[in-house]
Design a protein around this ligand. Sequence first.
Ligand SMILES: *Cc1c(COP(=O)(O)O)cnc(C)c1O
Length: 425
Amino acid sequence: MYKNYKQQFQGELKEIKDGGMWKDVGVLEGKQGSEILIKNDKIDMTDKNGGQKLLNFCANNYLGLASSEELAKAAKEGVDKYGFGEASVRFIVGTSTIHKDLEKEISKFFGTEDAITYTSCFDANTGLFETILKEGDAIFSDELNHASIIDGIRLCKAERFRFKNSDMSDLEDQLKEASLRPENPHPGPLPKGEGVAYKPRRMLIATDGVFSMDGITAKVSEICDLAEKYGALVMVDDSHASGVLGKTGRGSVEGLMDRVDILTSTFGKALGGAGGGFTAGRKEIIDVLHQRSRTTLFSNSLPPMIANAALFVLQNYDKKFNHNREQLIENTNYFRSAMEKLGFHLGGDGKHPITPVMLMDEKIAVEMAGKLFKEGVYVRGFTYPVVPKGKARIRVQISAAHTNEHMDKTVRAFEQVGKEMAIIK
Ligand SMILES: *Cc1c(COP(=O)(O)O)cnc(C)c1O
């Protein structure tokens, strides 16, 4: 029967191409790092001088751990100690001591009561909402939340409220509206006082800790204020912030974990680079996830080698990898100030290494990224629908592994191409 469908699929593929949304995937040869060797069937990936290596400003390798020898060693030790894998889901015979150790360490690191690991943060998020929210409950989601939060919410039957990005008055309006609905037997703001008996619909506010296209930090503290006022739970996905933000690298939730009920994050960005995710927070919620979350009940446990490397990162963060975070801040400031001096308009709040170079025009963003790449700098243009129409940009991601030379070369390339394209004077 496939012959009947073949043309349909071909048509879809053509639509993607014609719409300018085709992804020509480059293939890394060797390790991820600040200098990479990348090959592409369709595009010549050598720079204009025939150079093979490109400076990489695209990865979420914030602390530079993706090619760390120490992490590779910890992963190898994990294989030696625990074998290649569990060949099982957690609740049958897939929970190893390394999972327990890692979960304890996650709780200790972030200051939560408990934690549960998943094979990715995507799984943590898709396994969260339908497990703890049912019909009649309400979920409030920032409009710029990550795809995995959006998909997770799609799986649950709670009523959906979407608030404008980091817009606290919009969020409050919607919390008010939800509290006044008949599903809520005790409408209006929460009565004051300890242990007041109330039984509103269960309400949960969900936000990214850092919005990845803009490099802007969520207003977690203000969200918690509203949550307290209206009796809602708070969930923060700190995938871009864990290990990156906060004086001690605990993320956008640093100092707020007594008020944030649920934290999800990844070991695939700053805290490693291979993969793995987790949900941490209130003990009862984590217990419910162990019992009912479908992405843990019906999916293999986190490979022990990754769990062992993740444990190594958390155990050594304060004495070792927090220095990488300090270097990362220095690098971010260095790059931003050089780019601003040249007259580029940068997005972001300057606290996060995601540095969007705002170009607005879709064609200019794509053309500029192509020219930069010929100068030996690997960056990508982001256009609609990944970012709003007319807000095209090149997203530069800084890493602790970048040297001043790397950044100088990149700034020079931006200067040259920017002048050539009359973006700066
Ligand atoms: C990257 C990211 C994820 C996905 O993490 P994985 O562990 O790679 O699945 C989820 N949420 C946010 C906000 C992210 O940035």
